[in-house]
Design a protein. Structure first.
Length: 160
């Protein structure tokens, strides 16, 4: 079997597991009205932080991509790979933050029932981020390989 196909399948499976865990976490009880109010405030602050962080990171990524693009030994293909990697990383971060802020109240509500339930919700919500990082990372590398594998310098381009 083609190794790239195996990588794509593994990436899709990782995202599938993350989706399964997300459905489990998001169907849990959101807790009392007070817990939901606190969760809403945390969500508002976290999304404001993430929005500001991504604006700053976008400027940084653009500046670094330009620098990579003008360095003769690197070139624009390395810039493209760098930008693509930054987008994949940002996507994984957004998914992770979104699940984390939505899991807070559910973890608190589950912990009020039992420590075991609280830990189950907590660990599964944390695993979502890990599976997204791995799944998106593997798929991203597979896409870069597929796009650049005909270039004789593709092993130099992809780490960009």
């Amino acid at each position: 079997m083609n190794p790239i196909l195996i990588a794509v399948i593994c990436g899709v499976l990782g995202l599938g597991v993350a989706s399964f865990l997300a459905f489990y976490v998001l169907k849990q009880d959101r807790g009392s009205k007070k817990v939901r109010e606190i969760s809403a405030a945390i969500k508002e602050g976290a999304l404001a932080f993430l929005g500001r962080e991504y604006k700053i990171l976008a400027v940084f990524v653009i500046v670094v991509a330009i620098i990579l693009g003008v360095v003769p030994s690197l070139g624009w293909l390395v810039s493209v790979a760098f930008i693509f990697g930054a987008v994949c990383s940002g996507l994984a971060g957004y998914i992770g933050m979104n699940i984390a802020i939505r899991a807070n109240s559910r973890t608190a509500a589950a912990a009020q029932k039992s420590l075991s339930q609280g830990l189950r919700v907590s660990f599964r919500s944390g695993a979502i981020m890990g599976m997204c990082v791995v799944g998106i990372g593997i798929l991203g590398l597979s896409i870069l390989y597929f796009v650049f594998h005909t270039n004789s310098n593709f092993l130099f381009i992809i780490p960009g």
